[in-house]
Design a protein around this ligand. Structure first.
Ligand SMILES: C[S@@+](CC[C@H](N)C(=O)[O-])C[C@H]1O[C@@H](n2cnc3c(N)ncnc32)[C@H](O)[C@@H]1O
Length: 157
């Protein structure tokens, strides 16, 4: 069953996958959300079907940058889920090979990642520890509903 499920799941992902979409998401959604958000309320984001975490971490980077630009402080929580347990474990680790980081600019690489040594993989640092929760199951944490949530529930039932 596990092997069959693995065949059905397509784990393609990347940091800032579809850059134009990310640009639009940042400009029209994330930045506007930051600008209009009250400091007392945390911003909570759910990334369904997050695969190995690149999408969730990309959003986290954009938000951290946005907050710095606005010189603003608000708690951000990103909740990322996926049906694939192995993908989630990788996402939690937050360690990526250099070739996975093609879409990450040198500035972001320096700011958000660290490398243990020459030729070693890159580890996403502060954003992960503070702002993200990666899990297989989606709890009652948000009231948001979407089709992927419904599908996850069917698979996991
Ligand atoms: C193509 S990847 C997309 C990754 C990421 N969202 C992105 O756009 O870069 C699809 C992911 O959806 C997950 N997935 C497929 N069906 C799912 C379901 N019913 N519930 C949760 N995750 C699912 C797979 O395990 C896989 O990691």
């Amino acid at each position: 069953m596990e092997a069959l499920l693995k065949e059905l799941l397509i784990g393609v992902t990347a940091f800032f996958r579809n850059p134009e979409t990310f640009q639009a998401l940042n400009q029209w959604v994330l930045q506007k959300m930051l600008q209009s958000h009250s400091e007392n309320q945390p911003i909570r984001i759910w990334v369904p079907a997050c695969a190995t975490g690149e999408e969730a971490y990309s959003i986290a980077m954009l938000l951290v940058e946005g907050l710095a630009d606005l010189n603003y402080s608000v708690k951000i929580q990103i909740f990322a889920t996926d049906i694939d347990r192995i993908a989630i474990e990788k996402a939690r680790l937050g360690v990526y090979a250099e070739d996975v980081l093609n879409e990450v600019s040198p500035e972001r690489l320096a700011r958000f990642f660290y490398q243990q040594g020459e030729g070693e993989n890159f580890s996403i640092s502060k954003v992960r520890a503070k702002n993200t929760a990666l899990t297989k199951k989606f709890g009652t944490w948000l009231s948001l509903r979407c089709r992927m949530s419904f599908m996850s529930r069917l698979f996991l039932a």
